[in-house]
Design a protein around this ligand. Structure first.
Ligand SMILES: CC(C)(COP(=O)(O)OP(=O)(O)OC[C@H]1O[C@@H](n2cnc3c(N)ncnc32)[C@H](O)[C@@H]1OP(=O)(O)O)[C@@H](O)C(=O)NCCC(=O)NCCS
Length: 164
């Protein structure tokens, strides 16, 4: 199944989280044990990719964040107003079930997150991602994300480059 055959919805109680296995134990544990508490407390939103049979094939989380201007690459910072921070949207977690990897779903979920951030009426300069390791970092770099000089496992993509 390709990413295009899945639909993306906000996570709700009807979705079966127990069977989800991405191969990353912390990402699976978060999805199974913690995400609903974070949603209740309004500190994250979680979106799931569902197969036509309603199986969860992938998920990602989004929340508001800010980026410290001094942490951005100099070439980026000089194009921004001299505020201490700029607003952003954080893609805290992104995971695809092992059975669905390598079929375009991770890329489709990333595109969905970027589209949601661009469509919001609340301004955000960039989508910021936390890469859990070098492989995840390579995935985001492949999609045009720029590493933060202070921590290369945090990457960002200015939303103006997605939708002018
Ligand atoms: C990283 C992950 C989300 C990718 O999902 P996926 O469905 O396998 O990826 P896709 O099939 O959509 O790949 C999309 C594109 O990214 C590329 N890609 C995938 N994984 C990559 C990697 N680790 N490094 C570089 N490029 C990668 C693919 O080659 C593909 O390129 P193309 O569009 O030019 O053909 C998935 O492997 C996963 O869940 N990993 C475990 C959790 C994780 O690392 N999450 C990342 C955030 S912490």
């Amino acid at each position: 199944m390709s990413g295009a055959l899945c639909r993306v919805e906000l996570l709700d109680a009807a979705h079966d989280r127990a069977a989800f296995r991405s191969g990353s134990e912390p990402l699976d544990r978060y999805f199974q044990q913690q995400v609903t508490q974070d949603i209740r407390r309004r500190v994250t939103a979680c979106f799931v990719a569902l197969t036509p049979k309603n199986r969860v094939a992938g998920y990602y989380t989004l929340a508001s964040t800010s980026m410290t201007l001094a942490d951005l690459p100099a070439a980026t910072a000089k194009k921004l107003p001299r505020y201490p921070t700029v607003p952003a949207v954080r893609l805290g977690r992104l995971a695809v079930d092992a059975e669905f990897k390598g079929r375009g779903l991770g890329g489709a979920l990333l595109a969905d997150a970027l589209d949601r951030a661009c469509r919001s009426e609340i301004a955000a300069y960039a989508l910021v991602v936390d890469a859990k390791d070098a492989s995840a970092q390579a995935f985001y770099r492949h999609h045009g994300f720029i590493a933060m000089p202070s921590d290369p496992l945090i990457l960002f993509l200015p939303l103006l480059t997605v939708r002018p």
